[in-house]
Design a protein around this ligand. Structure first.
Ligand code: ZN
Length: 205
């Protein structure tokens, strides 16, 4: 039975790396996965999923008005698909999440969505909110704050390293604009507290 998966995380958790690994596993078994990413994410050029470990994968893109069900059915008709892997799934609209569910239910193709749960203000993204409601299978990809606790929040930081508390939800610039923090350090705006830890270690030596 095919399922709709939502694998969510804070920024820099290796989500794209996991997607690329899943894609590799399918192709290694002679299967045919389709990879999709958001059109607005052109950090590394359009139509490419890039993992921070330095590998990338050509990908189809979805925009705000893309009918993902129709698009995938067309690909599936041309060559049977075994899986659909969606990166930057937080940017899906609610309607597009329903289209992903329809791919699972009517075409019986598993759909794995990878995305951020919350934005830099700690609010759910539209796509993530719909996926949390509709996915059969929800998994957290864990990463850690500088303090060692689980990072559940993604903070946007200014060039000076201060936590930004206002602005547009989407500001694609690069991974260095964001840091993953635990709730306490997100709420307190402590993004750069790595420094005293380093100092302490040096004075102890
Ligand atoms: Zn922390």
């Amino acid at each position: 039975m095919a399922s709709l998966y939502f694998k969510y995380a804070a920024m820099n958790s290796g989500k794209s790396t996991q997607l690329l690994q899943a894609h590799y596993n399918y192709t290694e078994r002679g299967m045919n996965p389709a990879a999709l990413t958001a059109q607005l994410d052109n950090r590394y050029g359009e139509g490419k999923i890039t993992a921070r470990i330095g590998i990338d994968l050509p990908a189809h893109t979805f925009g705000k008005t893309t009918d993902i069900f129709a698009f995938i059915r067309q690909l599936h008709d041309a060559k049977a698909l075994d899986a659909v892997l969606v990166d930057e799934a937080q940017f899906l609209s609610e309607e597009q999440v329903f289209q992903c569910a329809k791919i699972v239910d009517e075409l019986e193709i598993p759909v794995m969505c990878y995305g951020l749960k919350t934005d830099f203000l700690g609010k759910l993204f539209t796509g993530s909110e719909a996926l949390l409601r509709l996915a059969d299978n929800i998994e957290e990809i864990k990463t850690i704050c500088w303090c060692g606790k689980k990072a559940t929040q993604t903070a946007r930081i200014s060039p000076e390293g201060a936590v930004v508390r206002a602005g547009a939800q989407v500001a694609i610039g690069g991974n260095d604009m964001y840091v993953s923090l635990c709730r306490k350090h997100f709420v307190n705006g402590e993004a750069k507290a790595m420094l005293p830890v380093v100092k302490k270690a040096q004075s102890a030596a």
